[in-house]
Design a protein. Structure first.
Length: 106
């Protein structure tokens, strides 16, 4: 079986001026987390899909849960394209463990 893995990238810019706007932001953020999206940066999330039909379902769900105000953008790329992403960083050193302590066995 030739499965084509896809990555769905979600970029959003939502207003947080009023209490209702902040509530809508929190709801959308919680929806993304509960749906299996991983945060790449603030307001940038991604999720892996097994094929095009699964990705179409994700898009439908995103349309249902989008907030009434603000901008939500979705980009779909293949896993091969996603793997070619380059990380350009400065001298920032984060808390990422780069040893075998990072390994989690389930």
């Amino acid at each position: 079986m030739n499965e084509r893995f896809l990555r769905t990238l979600v970029f959003f810019d939502l207003p947080v001026d009023t209490e209702e706007d902040r509530r809508n932001y929190r709801r959308f953020h919680k929806y993304l987390i509960k749906s299996g999206y991983l945060m790449l940066q603030e307001s940038v999330y991604c999720r892996l899909s097994l094929n095009g039909s699964a990705q179409a379902t994700l898009l439908g769900d995103l349309r249902k849960h989008r907030p009434p105000a603000g901008v939500v953008q979705v980009l779909t790329v293949t896993e091969k394209q996603y793997a070619r992403m380059e990380y350009l960083t400065g001298s920032y050193e984060g808390d990422v463990i780069c040893t075998d302590e990072r390994l989690v066995i389930l």
